[in-house]
Design a protein around this ligand. Structure first.
Ligand SMILES: [Zn+2]
Length: 283
């Protein structure tokens, strides 16, 4: 193999690996996948490189660009736990008006633009915007502080593998499971109800205005205007401790409940045995 490319461009702050490679491709006048396969002939796609970069691939990229293996890994999502993969979008879905660089062509993609657990920009703290351009639902404003706490919990877990008694990404997914409301709704629209609504009751009213809600543990990336509800739900459960997970079981029935119990048992049982949960409080 030959040495590094004659000219290399420094990665931008928070830039995604595939974006950095694509900017080199643009510089050298080739397609991004040609650029990548120049040294990684077996590479499937740029997206795959971002999500599941192997050590061997990282080393080839290191050789190609003359940078450190640590830097290459930091640009990718190779270090995130498996549970985070579903929270990472395939293409940019949110942006910070303050940090978007309009003067760079092609426009770079920042890692944070794909992170489905964020509501604020990690570089300046500004609230993100997405295509819907609607502000966070007003009904969720009492949950703002909890949502920011949830964002930090999820981000620390995804990016630095920090854990408390729970895996926050796993909890976020579970909160999107269906729940049986009581009393049963008159309209019979059971598809609207999620476990999250048992913790953030204002969510039910927000979902009552929607004609569909295609989000679930499999598709957990919520649009920005309702994402604070999910982040707050995680923060509230984190503070309240395992009994709150136990309480959620009571809102489910049948197979759905069994799946929930199977998924939470390892969180609930040891935590109850080892220590008292913290006091429940919203803020
Ligand atoms: Zn920003």
């Amino acid at each position: 193999m030959t040495g590094p490319l004659p000219v290399t461009l420094p990665p931008l702050r928070g830039e995604l690996l595939s974006s950095w490679i694509s900017r080199h491709a643009d510089f050298y006048g080739v397609t991004p996948i040609t650029m990548l396969r120049h040294r990684l002939p077996e590479a499937m796609s740029l997206t795959a490189i971002d999500l599941s970069l192997t050590k061997a691939q990282a080393n080839q990229i290191v050789g190609m660009f003359g940078v450190s293996p640590r830097l290459v890994r930091r640009l990718s999502f190779a270090g995130v736990p498996k549970a985070a993969h579903r929270f990472i979008a395939k293409s940019p879905m949110q942006r910070c008006v303050r940090c978007t660089q309009a003067d760079v062509s092609p426009p770079p993609v920042l890692r944070s633009a794909l992170q489905g657990w964020r509501i604020t920009c990690p570089h300046c703290g500004q609230l993100y915007q997405d295509k819907t351009n609607s502000d966070a639902d007003q009904a969720l404003s009492p949950y703002r502080a909890a949502a920011r706490r949830g964002e930090t919990l999820l981000n620390n877990h995804a990016e630095r593998r920090v854990e408390t008694w729970l895996s926050p990404l796993e909890i976020a997914r579970l909160l999107l499971m269906r729940r049986i409301p009581w009393p049963p709704p008159r309209d019979g629209d059971l598809w609207r109800y999620r476990l999250l609504g048992a913790i953030v009751p204002d969510l039910d009213a927000i979902l009552a205005k929607q004609t569909s809600f295609p989000y679930s543990p499999k598709h957990p990336i919520l649009p920005l205007h309702i994402r604070p509800a999910l982040l707050a739900g995680v923060a509230i459960i984190d503070r309240a401790g395992p009994p709150m997970l136990k309480m959620l079981e009571g809102h489910m029935m049948g197979d759905n409940k069994n799946r929930f119990v199977m998924a939470t048992d390892h969180l609930v049982t040891p935590a109850i045995e080892w220590g008292p949960p913290q006091q429940f409080q919203l803020m």
